[in-house]
Design a protein around this ligand. Structure first.
Ligand SMILES: NC(=O)c1ccc[n+]([C@@H]2O[C@H](COP(=O)([O-])OP(=O)(O)OC[C@H]3O[C@@H](n4cnc5c(N)ncnc54)[C@H](O)[C@@H]3O)[C@@H](O)[C@H]2O)c1
Ligand SMILES: [Zn+2]
Ligand SMILES: [Zn+2]
Length: 407
């Protein structure tokens, strides 16, 4: 089959590799019809995640048609059209029983990324995300082996096009969990750091939940401008404004700050040369720039919700400020399986139109170009989707969202 493969930082290719086979009775083989490149793939692409090897296949946002089923698979059958959650969960363990699928303690043969681990089991295995997360080949390929097929694959109605439901695999539930974690409702104010796919869909979900004031911080004007016209955010470019939190606070009632913040940036946050350098030298685990801004912008008693990925330690973490303000922090990988039925409902009614963020539709054969464009933010790129098959898929026009009133 054809698949994307990794060959060192900023070097990915499309190659012919052996087809995957059923390895456990509850595996399926999926024929991929659509897959996407995620901001999390960029951490791997830039060589920032240990235990990634030459030849590894990335990709954890994908969907397709069930091609083959193992003998113990009962939930789906050959020919079913399914979206695959990026989190591989068993459905039976303590955490799965509590719908904390990303913490599933039975699927990951790696150690996870936690520093002070002690005897704690690793979190769930993830598709295409290094040996720390199980070394499971990803779905930027024509075929992919999907373990735990009685828990993960989610059947989607034939009437909805692939690109309408593809983001159920990751970024839509991630944005939704991030917004639910903030506890916002009608009339709330929120600031979202990061206008990438996760930040944009967080703005969509916050709007659906009735947020009245949504600030968005990034340094790509084209992403901010899109969010402004689509979700009505108040944009702030941190290249022009070196303290967005101050600007946000001044626009909130009583200069109290926003009710909640979402950090949709993560450990590669830009804006602190010192931290970027220290992180490159491995003297610092993550850049704390976005997180410090979040802690500063939120009101007392507010919530800091962090879908952005962090690793290891941050020295410049204002824990005293968080204590003084009585903040709540909620974070982590997404418990994808838990949110899929309700999110499918919102897509069916048109309240959520996640496909509108797509700017690039390419063939899987063009995967290297897709990574480069998304990484470098070229051609006003917001999101790339890839379709296995011919290499001459035309890039279609950008879609815009039809405005739907908040609930
Ligand atoms: N928790 C989960 O399960 C989960 C799922 C998907 C993605 N993620 C993570 O979410 C994050 C965002 O993903 P994405 O797909 O939107 O990626 P992306 O890289 O396209 O977007 C990140 C955005 O943050 C902006 N940014 C950089 N530094 C900033 C700063 N200091 N302040 C404000 N904005 C800043 C960048 O310009 C970029 O537009 C990544 O860390 C990704 O790994 C987590
Ligand atoms: Zn992802
Ligand atoms: Zn489990």
């Amino acid at each position: 089959m054809r698949a994307m493969t990794y060959h060192g930082a900023h070097d990915v290719k499309i190659e012919t590799v052996p087809d995957p086979t059923i390895e456990a009775p509850d595996d399926i083989i999926l024929r991929v019809t659509a897959t996407a490149i995620c901001g999390s793939d960029l951490h791997l692409y830039r060589g920032k995640i240990p235990t990634v090897e030459h030849g590894d296949i990335f990709g954890h946002e994908f969907m397709g048609i069930v091609e083959e089923t193992g003998s113990a698979v009962t939930a789906v059958q050959r020919g079913d059209r399914v979206v695959i959650p990026f989190v591989i969960a068993c459905g039976d363990c303590f955490f799965c029983q509590n719908e904390l699928y990303a913490s599933c303690e039975t699927t990951n043969t790696g150690r996870g990324a936690i520093v002070n681990k002690k005897a704690i089991p690793p979190p769930a295995a993830l598709f295409g995300f290094s040996r720390l997360y199980g070394g499971i080949p990803g779905g930027q390929a024509e075929l992919v082996r999907v373990p735990k097929a009685n828990t993960g694959p989610f059947k989607v109605p034939g009437l909805l096009a692939d690109e309408k439901v593809l983001f159920l695999s990751d970024i839509l539930p991630t944005a939704w969990q991030a917004v639910l974690n903030t506890g916002i409702g009608p009339g709330s104010s929120i600031a979202i750091y990061g206008a990438g796919p996760v930040g944009l869909l967080s703005a969509a979900c916050a709007k659906m939940q009735g947020a009245e004031q949504i600030f968005m911080v990034d340094h790509h004007d084209y992403r901010l401008a899109y969010a402004q016209r689509t979700y009505g955010v108040i944009p702030i470019n941190f290249d022009d404004d070196d303290d967005p939190a101050d600007t946000i606070i001044r626009q909130t009632a009583g200069s109290r700050g926003v009710d909640a913040v979402i950090d949709a940036v993560g450990f590669e946050a830009k804006g602190s040369t010192t931290e970027t350098l220290l992180a490159t030298l491995k003297l610092e685990g993550s850049s704390g720039k976005a997180l410090r801004q979040c802690i500063a912008a939120v009101r007392r008693g507010g919530v800091v919700s962090v879908p952005g990925v962090y690793s290891g330690f941050i020295h410049g973490f204002l824990f005293g400020d968080a204590f003084d303000k009585g903040l709540t922090f909620k974070m982590g990988q997404t418990h994808v399986q838990r949110y899929l039925p309700e999110l499918l409902g919102h897509i069916e009614t048109g309240r959520l139109q996640p496909e509108a963020i797509i700017t690039h539709r390419m063939s899987l054969e063009q995967v290297a170009e897709g990574y480069r464009i998304f990484d470098k933010k070229e051609e006003q790129c917001r999101k790339v989707i890839l379709t296995p098959g011919s290499s001459d898929v035309p890039l279609t026009e950008n879609l815009e969202v039809t405005p739907i009133p908040a609930l």
